[in-house]
Write a protein that binds this ligand. Structure first.
Ligand code: LFR
Length: 480
C-alpha cells in the first residue's frame, strides 16, 4: 500500500504555506514545504482586508503541487488540515458565495461597535461566560459592526477554506473560542449572547472538534488539484495558536509556552477555565485547545513590531539583513528604553519606527534614531512583556512554571530568547519553529490512526525531529 502523508495548510498574517507531513510513531514528524506564498492586509473598499481569493488560489496551487509530489513518491495524501489566525471570518450566503471580501482584525471598524455590545452585555458578563480576553477585534465586535447579517453565515477563515474545498459548513471549536460567542465551560455556542445581540442562532455553522472529519473534496477541487477522491479534510486546531500549543515539545507538566510570531501568545495549559474577576482585569483568555484543554494566555505584542519596522526601513532604502540587525541590537547595552508592546496603538500598519519612537518619548526617554536601537527596544519590550505575563499566569492560576517553551518564528531569534530567559528568570527551551504545522499534522495523523495517545504523546513526537535550544537565565556572555 502507498505510504500515508498529510497536507497542512498553514496561513499566517505575513505568509502561508502548504506542507506535506510524514509521521512515524518512532522518529516523529518531518515536514516538507511544498508551496509558500505571501499574505498581508490590503486596503480595499475603505477597509483593511485579506485578499481571500488570492489566498484560496494559492491554497489550490499548493494542494496540486502536494498531490504531484506525493504521487511521484508513491505516497497517498490521506487528509488535509487547515489553520490560520483566529477571529476573522467571511460572510457566505445561501448560494455558498462570499458576499464581501473578509475584513482583517487590524481594521478599525469594530472599535465603534465595542460600546454598543457592552451596552447590551457587560464586559463582566461576557467574561464570566466566554472567558475571552478583551481585544477590540474579537469576532463579536466585528459582527456587531456588520451592516447586515440576514441570510448569511459567518465562516471563520479556516472554516471558509474547508467549506470551499468540501462544501461542508462547520465551525472548528478551538477557533470558535476566539469569537466571544462561545461558552468556555459548556463548550457550546453562547446562545444567550447571540440572542442578546440579535444575531441569528445559526450565524455560525455547527461546531466540529479537532480530529473529526469535515468532508471529502468537491469534484471541482479533485479536478483542480489531482488529489485522490477519498482525501478528507480533517478538522485540526484550526486556530494557529491551538495547533502550535499542541506541538509545544514539553516533557514536564509545569511548562509555560510562548507562541512567538506576528503575535506572542504567552501562557499555560489548563484543564479548566479561570473565569475570575482578577483574571478578567488581567485580560487573560481561556481559549480552547486540542483535546478540550484550555489555553490560558494573553496576547502580548509580537514580531509584527519588527516586521513593520523592516517594511518601513526597506521603503527608505535601508535593507540590512535581519541577522546583522539583530547582532547590532544584541551588542547594545541592557537597560535601554522600553515600550508597552501590547498598546493597541501598534495594531494598525504603517510608520512603525515613528510610532515606537513616539511611545518611548511618552515614557520620558529617548530612542536613538538608528534601526539597531529600535530593534533592541522591541526585543527588550517583548521580553519584559513575556516575563510580566508569565508571572501573571502563575499568580492567577496558582501554579508555578519550571520551564518556558518558545515556539514559532521567535524561537529562532536568539536575542529575544536570551532576553526572555533573563527577564523571566527561567530556563527557556526554543523550538520548533514550525510548531503550528506540526500540531496540524499530528492531529491529522492521530485521526488516521498513524499515532495514538494524548497531548503528551503528540508533544513527544513534535520534539523528536527538532533540535531544541536552551537559554539559561544567568547571563551567558563573557564576565566583565
Ligand atoms: C496568532 C493569532 C492569535 C490571535 C491573532 C488574531 O496568529 O491567531 O492567537 O489573537 O492571531 O487572530
Amino acid at each position: 500500500a502507498p505510504k500515508t502523508v498529510f497536507a497542512a495548510i498553514d496561513i499566517g498574517a505575513s505568509s502561508g504555506r502548504v506542507m506535506l507531513g510524514r509521521v512515524s510513531p518512532s522518529t516523529g514528524v518531518s515536514l516538507e514545504t511544498i508551496h509558500r506564498f505571501p499574505n498581508g492586509v490590503i486596503e480595499l473598499d475603505g477597509g483593511l482586508r485579506w485578499d481571500f481569493d488570492a489566498l484560496f488560489a494559492e491554497v489550490l496551487k499548493g494542494l496540486a503541487a502536494a498531490a504531484s509530489v506525493a504521487r511521484g513518491n508513491g505516497e497517498r495524501v490521506v487528509s488535509i488540515g487547515i489553520d490560520t489566525w483566529a477571529v476573522d471570518y467571511g460572510l457566505v450566503n445561501d448560494a455558498g458565495e462570499l458576499t464581501s471580501v473578509p475584513f482583517s482584525y487590524r481594521d478599525e471598524r469594530s472599535r465603534a461597535a465595542v460600546e454598543r455590545v457592552h451596552a447590551v452585555i457587560s464586559p463582566e458578563k461576557l467574561y464570566a461566560v466566554t472567558g475571552l480576553q478583551y481585544l477590540q477585534f474579537n469576532t463579536l465586535y466585528q459582527l456587531a459592526a456588520e451592516p447586515n447579517v440576514d441570510g448569511v453565515q459567518a465562516l471563520l477563515i479556516p472554516d471558509l477554506i474547508a467549506f470551499l474545498l468540501t462544501g461542508e459548513r462547520r465551525t472548528e471549536a478551538t477557533n470558535a473560542s476566539t469569537t466571544g460567542l462561545f461558552d468556555a465551560v459548556a463548550g457550546e455556542w453562547a446562545a444567550e449572547f447571540l440572542d442578546a445581540l440579535s444575531l441569528p442562532r445559526d450565524i455560525f455553522p455547527p461546531l466540529i472538534q479537532p480530529g473529526e472529519t469535515v468532508g471529502t473534496l468537491l469534484p471541482s477541487i479533485l479536478e483542480q488539484t489531482g488529489l485522490p477522491a477519498d482525501t478528507r479534510v480533517v478538522a485540526v486546531g484550526s486556530h494557529d495558536t491551538a495547533s502550535a500549543v499542541a506541538a509545544v515539545p514539553a516533557s514536564q507538566e509545569d511548562f509555560a509556552y510562548i507562541s512567538s510570531g506576528t503575535w506572542s501568545l504567552v501562557g499555560v495549559e489548563l484543564p479548566h477555565p479561570v473565569l475570575t474577576e482578577a483574571s478578567r482585569t488581567a485580560n487573560f483568555t481561556n481559549e480552547r485547545g486540542v483535546d478540550g484543554t484550555i489555553r490560558y494566555l494573553r496576547n502580548v505584542g509580537g514580531l509584527w513590531l519588527l516586521s513593520e519596522c523592516q517594511r518601513a526601513w526597506a521603503a527608505e532604502g535601508y535593507t540590512q539583513a535581519l541577522t546583522a540587525l539583530l547582532e547590532s541590537a544584541a551588542a547594545l547595552p541592557a537597560g535601554g528604553p522600553q515600550i508597552n508592546a501590547d498598546d493597541p496603538s501598534f495594531t494598525a500598519p504603517d510608520n512603525m519606527p515613528d510610532r515606537i519612537r513616539a511611545a518611548v518619548r511618552n515614557t520620558g526617554a529617548v530612542l536613538a534614531d538608528r534601526p539597531a536601537a529600535v530593534v533592541r527596544c522591541i526585543m527588550d519590550s517583548l521580553a519584559a512583556g513575556y516575563a510580566r505575563t508569565l508571572a501573571d499566569a502563575e499568580r492567577l492560576t496558582g501554579r508555578s512554571t519550571g520551564v518556558v517553551h518558545i515556539v514559532g518564528g521567535g524561537s529562532q531569534n536568539r536575542l529575544l530568547c536570551q532576553l526572555t530567559a533573563e527577564a523571566a528568570g527561567k530556563r527557556v527551551v526554543a523550538g520548533p519553529v514550525e510548531a503550528t504545522a506540526l500540531g496540524n499534522v499530528l492531529v491529522q495523523a492521530r485521526a488516521a490512526g498513524v499515532v495514538t495517545g494524548g497531548l503528551a504523546e503528540l508533544r513527544a513526537l513534535a520534539g523528536a525531529g527538532t533540535e531544541l535550544v536552551r537559554y539559561e537565565p544567568a547571563l551567558l556572555r563573557d564576565p566583565v
